[in-house]
Design a protein. Structure first.
Length: 264
């Protein structure tokens, strides 16, 4: 029997999901995926029929892997297609936390790094989540100060969880000859603790296939070892590719993450 969301209270609706109150358990909510896709801080917007189902599959398989690995997430289960049951937030933290292994995307425009530069260890940056302000990045020095001076331990916890999740997913994608370039995740407070929340789907990370078998990924720059032209991520949409191509790329990701169930 499918869940009747028409009889439920809608708590919130965002760009890609709707959140409904769970009348049977006030500690949980339903997260329903939409076919919408956006870019450019919401300026670019399309509806891609079937995208919700694809994103739901990727989200399910990725969160179930992270849960098996002991990462603290809000995800509980996927009771039906396009629906996730998750823990209800006490408070959302209005930050996007980005961990990077390889330089790509916006970091090339505002720093003096070059595409393909490898970070070891990964670097993690905090962005204030606000589309009109273009999600500005918070200064690392100031974050270190407020952690020490104001006991703002949440930042340290978010950084630790983000890099922990990145590490598990980097290894998982490597099983399929894919390099996880970077990942953007979000966090909230549940029962006084920091939890990884929201969704993890094709718009959450950059994924570049290996350019050849057994690449040397321990170099300062790994661009020659990877194939960014065959990228499987949301950059295809940002770069103006057709929505059909974007859907196909996201479907490829879902096919890969379906194999995560075989990873201990």
């Amino acid at each position: 029997m499918s869940i009747d969301f028409k009889a439920m209270d809608k708590i919130a609706e965002g760009k890609t999901k709707i959140i409904y109150r769970n009348p049977e358990n006030e500690k949980t909510v339903y997260m329903v995926f939409k076919d919408d896709i956006t870019a450019g801080d919401g300026v670019k917007h399309d509806v891609i029929p079937g995208k919700a189902l694809i994103d739901w599959k990727t989200n399910r398989d990725t969160f179930e892997l992270l849960n098996r690995k002991g990462v603290r997430t809000h995800y509980i289960s996927s009771p039906e297609e396009k629906v996730a049951l998750v823990r209800k937030l006490d408070r959302k933290i209005n930050l996007e936390v980005v961990s990077r292994r390889v330089a790509a995307g916006s970091i090339l425009k505002w720093s003096n790094t070059v595409e393909g530069q490898r970070y070891d260890p990964v670097i993690t940056q905090f962005h204030y989540k606000d589309d009109p302000l273009h999600d500005p990045m918070l200064d690392d020095t100031y974050i270190d100060y407020i952690i020490k001076a104001k006991s703002a331990s949440e930042y340290a916890v978010m950084k630790r969880i983000n890099e922990q999740a990145f590490g598990y997913l980097e290894v998982a994608f490597a099983n399929f000859d894919i390099q996880l370039i970077d990942i953007k995740l979000e966090y909230g407070i549940i029962d006084g603790e920091v939890y990884l929340i929201d969704e993890i789907s094709g718009g959450s990370f950059r994924l570049w296939p290996y350019a050849h078998k057994n690449p040397n990924l321990n170099q300062d720059n790994v661009l020659g070892e990877l194939n960014p032209e065959a990228r499987l991520d949301k950059d295809t949409y940002r770069m103006g590719q057709s929505t059909d191509m974007v859907k196909n790329k996201f479907a490829e990701i879902a096919n890969i993450t379906a194999g995560f169930k075989d990873i201990d």
